[in-house]
Write a protein that binds this ligand. Structure first.
Ligand code: GLC
Length: 409
């Protein structure tokens, strides 16, 4: 039996509520998303050429971490190796890695240092289970390698990530999707056997007992997996088509793109507004989930200015209202079109997202509640019980255009 993460790690994770996801790799040069190699059927030897052009001289780990901290994010999860198989760290298990480019540096090590220095933001790693490049994954017939060779590589890389980068808060696996997803066209990335999760997760438990494990399998979490993930959807929703409706009694994490792609896409200008992002963040929290918001930096190593601006604006809102997010759990007040809630023990936070009328009518508020105030500046607001419904009126001039938080005690 695989153990879960330590209680300390699980509590930290749930309290954190907001993280930065980073998809960054050779595909960033192409600017057509991280799946370009597959969608365009680019042959391995041609795709490999990208490594000779990759030199992200503008990468500055401290700036990224400072930005995450300014945004109010408590962790940063970066792609250590995506499906294209290129390692973004100084692995000893492959020559196909960033330290063999003109850049020559290990961005994961620099991020680990920057996180340790900053103290506000922890580091986590995304790891692709599948690999469109590794001969033991994709070219077993041609290379004479075995599935076991791939498993030693994968497990070995996880061991490196557990050992060489200080404290790791989260391991985020991806690429083991339900079998029916494999068609004739993509059969080449079907795994050659089991990923040996017991053994894989065991490595993490031994070396990083506080790290939470999340596996983006789009299915019920297995023993040893600490977090139920939702991709591009709020908990319990499935507009994206690959989530399950069931929400389990465990830590939850929603990951979403800031526009419509994970890896940078030059033609994608569909950036979510700050208001929309804050709403996604608090809607996730109201259902007991973290919000992991993705950035796709460019091939120079820079986070797009428009995304940095959105993050800072979220941070500005959180500076005044963060108490209603960090350390909270799912709300008990019945959500409506206008509002959702979070709670910290006896304190309830109502997030008023839309104004349909001047007064909000709240159902499910514990009867012990006697007071309401604005979180932002403490302004007391009169409350009125009508039967079991609590009514609070918020004058227009006191409303926050992004999200007005009401504290009920
Ligand atoms: C999907 C995609 C992958 C992306 C991930 C992030 O599984 O395959 O490219 O990294 O979602 O959630």
């Amino acid at each position: 039996m695989v153990a879960q993460a330590s209680k300390e790690g699980l509590t930290w994770f749930q309290d954190a509520r907001f993280g930065m996801f980073v998809h960054w790799g050779l595909y960033s040069l192409l600017g057509r998303g991280e799946w370009a190699m597959h969608w365009e059927q680019i042959p391995v030897d041609e795709y490999e050429q990208l490594a000779s052009q990759f030199n992200p001289e503008k990468f500055n780990a401290q700036e990224w971490v400072r930005l995450a901290a300014d945004a109010g994010q408590k962790y940063l999860i970066i792609t250590s190796r995506h499906h294209d198989g290129f390692s973004m760290f100084d692995t000893q298990l492959s020559e196909y890695k960033i330290t063999n480019t003109a850049f020559g540096r290990d961005p994961l090590a620099e991020l680990a240092d920057a996180c340790a220095q900053n103290g506000q933001v922890k580091l986590g790693f995304y790891i692709s289970l599948l690999d469109w490049h590794h001969p033991a994954y994709r070219f077993r017939k041609e290379s004479g390698l075995e599935w076991d060779d791939y498993i030693s590589f994968l497990h070995g890389q996880v061991r490196e990530l557990c050992t060489n980068y200080g404290e790791v808060c989260s391991f985020w696996f991806d690429g083991d999707w339900p079998r029916q997803a494999f068609t004739e066209e993509n059969a080449y990335f079907e795994p050659g056997g089991s990923f040996e999760y017991e053994q894989l997760y065991g490595i993490i438990r031994d070396l990083q007992p506080n790290a939470v494990i999340q596996n983006n399998r789009h299915a019920e979490p297995l023993p040893g997996e600490d977090v139920q993930g939702f991709e591009q959807d709020l908990p319990g929703e499935n507009t994206a088509g690959f989530n399950i409706d069931e929400v389990y009694e465990m830590p939850i994490e929603v990951c979403m793109t800031i526009n419509d792609h994970w890896g940078i896409h030059f033609e994608d200008h569909n950036h979510k507004s700050t208001r929309q992002l804050v709403h996604n963040l608090v809607r996730s929290a109201s259902l007991g989930g973290n919000y992991l918001l993705n950035m796709g930096p460019d091939a120079q190593g820079e986070i797009l200015p428009i995304h940095a601006r959105r993050l800072r604006e979220m941070g500005t809102w959180l500076k005044l209202n963060g108490e209603s997010l960090y350390g909270t759990r799912a709300g008990v007040i019945v959500p409506t079109q206008e509002m959702v809630s979070t709670r910290k023990r006896e304190v309830h936070y109502c997030h008023i997202l839309e104004y349909i009328s001047d007064c909000v009518r709240l159902k499910g508020v514990p009867e012990k509640v006697t007071k309401a105030r604005l979180l932002r500046d403490g302004t007391a607001l009169p409350i009125q019980w009508k039967e079991k419904v609590l009514e609070v009126c918020i004058p227009a001039e006191l409303r926050d255009p992004i999200n007005t938080v009401l504290v009920l005690e």
